[in-house]
Design a protein around this ligand. Structure first.
Ligand code: FES
Length: 362
């Protein structure tokens, strides 16, 4: 009799209320016990292959640890509303305090058709003038605007791009968007970091989609403005670019270049030092997501270490023709570079992987 059943191990290895991973040949299984009933599912999630056996139980459902899809712990049927999604389940018996399954699944995998997210379309640059996107990453209380040196210069740069360079301009104040923090899906598994971001796909109230749409599908030029906070870019800047990890991960896990022929430039201002370190961070990140830079890719201003007269700092920037001219000239350099990129075949060739992130050296 036991020849027709595969022994997965002693019952005590599969405690009540828990999900455990077990192997059946080369197949990963998700074994769970709820109210004394042992359920065994194939352990690969329908979504992007998350390890169900490393998940947890939520009522009668196994929750995938990657992005929380749920499957009934004994039947493999998706949670209510997603019943068309199923993972294979096995017939189970427990005798002699051993858990055994039939060698072949009792039910098969089925996938509910999921319409691709609108952002998942292939980026194609449509005809038209150079498009300049401004991303302001300074924080403010809604309804209580204040003067921001970095945002002032970015506003001026965008206006100059529109009026002097005949560009289309779009301004996004990152603080106006409700953006959830990156939860590090990449840390669970590189493939758990998806494009578009898993959070964007799961949570329609998350507004990072607006930035993805503008950065990936619209802009030729991305101008980022940030204050200096404790010697680094602003917390909103980091919140934004952490969510942009998924763009970079497409390079490494799918050899997919979402940003092509894009130019980035930066405006960095603060009452504190560290312009060069902030610029280094911005340059490093936007280089790794595939952007190009014009000659002298940032303009900056800092009051320095010895002054606390921030009112004077604001006035100095407000009145500074040099800084405003410099911001406009940065936009012009970026637009000129973008014209070259858009009209040339630069970047059309295959990108050699050696030495780039996550590419093996052998
Ligand atoms: S929910 Fe399972 S891999 Fe995404």
């Amino acid at each position: 009799m036991n020849e027709e059943w595969v022994d997965l191990g002693p019952l005590e290895d599969f405690p009540e209320g828990a999900v455990r991973e077990a192997m059946h040949g080369s197949k990963r299984l998700a074994v769970s016990r709820r109210n004394g009933r042992v359920g065994v599912l194939e352990g690969t999630c329908n979504h992007v292959g998350g390890p169900l056996g490393q998940g947890r139980l939520d009522g009668e459902y196994v929750v995938c640890p990657s992005h929380y899809w749920k499957f009934h712990h004994a039947t493999g049927v998706g949670e209510p509303g997603s019943e068309e999604d199923r993972v294979p389940s096995y017939a189970v018996r427990v005798d002699d305090d051993r858990v055994r399954i039939r060698p072949e699944p009792a039910t098969l995998r089925a996938r509910k058709p999921h319409a691709p997210h609108p952002l998942a379309r292939t980026p194609v640059r449509g005809d038209g003038p150079i498009r300049v996107l401004g991303l302001s990453t300074t924080a403010m209380t809604p309804g209580n605007p204040r003067y921001s040196t970095s945002e002032d210069l970015l506003t001026h740069a965008l206006a100059a791009a529109a009026t002097e360079q005949a560009c289309e301009a779009q301004f996004i104040r990152v603080r106006d968007l409700r953006i959830r923090a990156c939860e590090g899906y990449y840390s669970k598994s590189a493939r758990a970091c998806t494009w578009p971001c898993s959070i964007t796909q799961m949570d329609r109230s998350d507004e990072m989609a607006g930035i993805y749409e503008a950065v990936v599908h619209w802009a030729d030029v991305i101008l980022v403005a940030t204050p200096i906070r404790w010697g680094a870019a602003s917390s909103l800047y980091f919140k934004m670019v952490e969510r942009m990890n998924c763009i970079q991960n497409q390079e490494t896990i799918a050899d997919r270049h979402l940003l092509k022929n894009k130019v980035a430039g930066f405006i960095i201002t603060g009452g504190q030092d560290n312009v060069q370190a902030v610029a280094g961070q911005l340059l490093g990140f936007f280089a790794e997501v595939g952007c190009q830079f014009p000659q002298f890719p940032y303009v900056a201003h800092s009051r320095g270490w010895s002054a606390e007269d921030m009112e004077q700092n604001e006035l100095a920037v407000q009145k500074s023709t040099a800084l405003h001219d410099g911001a406009a000239a940065l936009a012009a350099r970026c637009a000129a570079m973008a014209r070259v990129m858009v009209s040339s075949s630069l970047g059309e060739g295959a990108l050699v992987g050696g030495g780039r992130k996550a590419h093996p050296t052998a």
